[in-house]
Ligand binder design. Structure first.
Ligand SMILES: [Zn+2]
Ligand SMILES: [Zn+2]
Length: 153
């Protein structure tokens, strides 16, 4: 388990610090079904505490994923880039979604839930994916299946 201890940032508000590393998110396939992670996540972010002890994180997470195209079902591997822009507040602030009680973050856990929360709901193998023919089920990216004429009658 990796921890980020940010007590130094709390003692020096507005001073910027950096963190980068690699984590192995533990995400069950059902969490991001039907896609699955294909490797470790690289993370890199800057962080600082403000004068109200809120911790601000800004950076990115990059993780290779085996995606399944939402439109045609093609399976392809690609890096998923997620912008990390989070604010974590001390636990006294009940309105805040992310809170801390100790000045540290369990990086593995934090990044795992971040990936789950930010995972794109629809993924296409390419922007102009033509999908499957509603009649014969052929993958239209491979060419015209011949049903088209009937459809436009
Ligand atoms: Zn597709
Ligand atoms: Zn067809």
């Amino acid at each position: 388990m990796q921890y980020l201890d940010f007590s130094e940032a709390l003692e020096n508000p507005d001073n910027e610090y950096e963190f980068s590393g690699r984590v192995s998110p533990e995400i069950k396939p059902s969490g991001i079904a039907p896609h699955k992670l294909a490797g470790d996540a690289d993370i890199s972010f800057k962080y600082f505490a403000d004068y109200d002890a809120n911790l601000h994180l800004n950076g990115y997470v990059r993780v290779p994923v085996v995606f399944v195209c939402d439109r045609c079902g093609a399976v392809f591997e690609k890096n998923l880039f997620l912008n990390l822009d989070e604010e974590i507040s001390p636990k006294i602030d009940e309105d805040s979604e992310l809170t801390y009680d100790l000045p540290r973050i369990e990086i593995d856990k934090f990044i795992t839930s971040f990936i789950l929360a930010s995972f794109p709901s629809k993924v296409l193998c390419r922007e102009d994916c033509k999908g499957l023919c509603p009649r014969c089920g052929a993958n239209l990216n491979d060419g015209d299946c011949g049903c088209k004429n009937e459809e436009t009658k």
